[in-house]
Design a binder for this molecule. Structure first.
Ligand SMILES: [Zn+2]
Length: 478
């Protein structure tokens, strides 16, 4: 049965469906442009996928997007926030200033063959787009270009900005851009992220703080004179045990995770230095700060017990996003008008093969738009939370991987250069482009979103979590 016939059968008695059909007929100029140029955007997404680059090293990826924007008449400022691969592209003049966010960094070790339902690296140990940021950055740039063409054609007032925001996976790219005033003239921000669902996200991303925990001991020969040594490794083990025990006594919404980056150089040398990276997350920044206080006590306690010295240093911190229901409503309306990605049988077969491989229920891909609801969305943290504390922001998700699968996984890398990923990307671009035009032409929507932002933030000025003089530096292991 054709999709049109199916629609007719299921909608016969419903006035709502009749209204929905009218809405679908309301094809916007930005939709048409994005349909016509679809192949071009898929090529761009594939190009970025083919050359995965880690945070702050996204030279080729940012260059590819900048070239497109400059050709379309955007003025581009590079090296924003002290980050070589950050940029701001601007078109138009005056108010309102509507911005979109493009991310394009990859993750370490997630290389994966395109379209393979089994784990199979292109290059062992190499980075890969396991968060789908090749789709994210491309869709946002496509939306900015589509909306800007429409702005010019209709001689609309206002400015469209595209922020090229690197290093999202190390959670601080945008924070440095904010500190250097990049968002000062921006009225509203619209964003999206690849996902296994089609929805407007709201009140879900977790606040997060990362710390480096170091112990400094005294080296000695582990067999000849161990009594002379004081082990930084012992301190790290004791500290980590304390954190493990603490897990029983934190809120169910909280998360703590870690790796040991340096554990000593050889078993027969008492380690005089160890380093662990610990991340704390919860639904509010206040709760994360409370856990951070307890973590510091555990580090001091472990140092006391082992006669070593502890050092705890915050490496980044992002808050939970400030919700904005006025802007969420704009995204939800456009998402429902445009509808979910139209996955075909081959997409569904691929998704189910991947779910089978992973031992998940073989439910395929999301084929509906979720109704708007509070707490729709995942728990991943993002430096988008920092942007939302500076300027009204709304974000949506589009399905670019099978139901039940998560980002930061080879499954998303495989889908990010597959037709199903491109289908999610195409809908994201359409929703963002149409929503940009909606707010550009509706001063009331802009005013309402800004009033809601002031009410949510209680008019308090933004305070950067960055230490004074902090510089953007990628972790050594990357
Ligand atoms: Zn991501």
């Amino acid at each position: 049965m054709s999709s049109r016939k199916r629609l007719t059968v299921s909608c016969t008695l419903s006035t709502l469906c009749a209204l929905a059909a009218i809405a679908r007929a309301d094809n916007r100029a930005t939709d048409s442009y994005l349909d016509e140029s679809r192949g071009r955007w898929e090529q761009v997404a594939r190009q970025i996928w083919d050359t995965p680059e880690l945070g702050l090293g996204e030279t080729r990826s940012s260059k590819a997007l900048i070239q497109i924007l400059e050709k379309e008449g955007f003025q581009v400022t590079r090296g924003v926030g002290g980050e070589a691969t950050a940029f701001v592209a601007t078109a138009g003049t005056g108010a309102p200033v509507i911005a979109l966010l493009a991310e394009y960094d990859a993750l370490p070790g997630l290389s994966q063959a395109a379209g393979s339902a089994k784990k199979q690296a292109v290059t062992d140990g190499a980075p890969g787009h396991g968060c789908g940021h090749n789709l994210l950055g491309t869709a946002s740039v496509a939306a900015a270009v589509a909306a800007n063409r429409e702005r010019i054609a209709r001689k609309l007032p206002g400015t469209i900005q595209l922020f090229g925001t690197p290093a999202e996976e190390i959670l601080f790219g945008k924070t440095f851009m904010i500190r250097d005033g990049a968002f000062k003239k921006t009225d509203l921000v619209l964003a999206w992220h690849p996902d296994d669902q089609n929805r407007v996200t709201n009140r879900t991303r977790l606040a997060a703080t990362a710390v480096n925990v170091e112990f400094f001991g005294r080296s000695a020969h582990a067999s000849a004179a161990p009594w002379l040594g004081r082990s930084a490794f012992d301190a790290m083990m004791l500290f980590d045990h304390a954190i493990s025990l603490m897990r029983e006594h934190i809120k169910p919404t909280a998360r703590m995770h870690r790796i040991i980056r340096e554990g000593g150089s050889a078993p027969n040398i008492i380690a005089d230095h160890t380093l662990g990276e610990y991340w704390l997350r919860d639904i509010t920044g206040d709760s994360v700060n409370e856990m951070l206080g307890r973590l510091k006590k555990a580090a001091d306690g472990a140092a006391l017990a082992t006669e070593t010295r502890a050092k705890v240093e915050v490496t980044f911190s992002v808050r939970e996003p400030v919700p904005n229901d006025a802007l969420n409503a704009v995204l939800q309306r456009e998402l429902e008008r445009i509808g979910p990605p139209r996955f075909d049988d081959a997409d569904q077969r691929f998704a189910k093969a991947m779910q089978k491989e992973l031992g998940f229920e073989e439910t395929g891909l999301a084929t509906a738009v979720m109704p708007f609801a509070q707490k729709n969305g995942g728990t991943a943290s993002s430096d988008i939370g920092e942007v939302s504390a500076v300027v009204p922001l709304a974000e949506l998700n589009l399905a670019t991987r099978p139901l039940g699968t998560a980002a930061h996984h080879w499954a998303q890398t495989a889908c990010a250069a597959h037709p199903l990923g491109y289908k999610g990307m195409a809908i994201a671009a359409k929703v963002l482009a149409a929503s940009t035009i909606d707010v550009l032409t509706d001063p009331t929507a802009v005013k309402t979103a800004k009033e809601e932002f002031v009410a949510q933030t209680k008019g308090k000025p933004y305070v950067s979590p960055l230490a004074p003089g902090a510089k953007p530096v990628a972790p050594a292991a990357h």
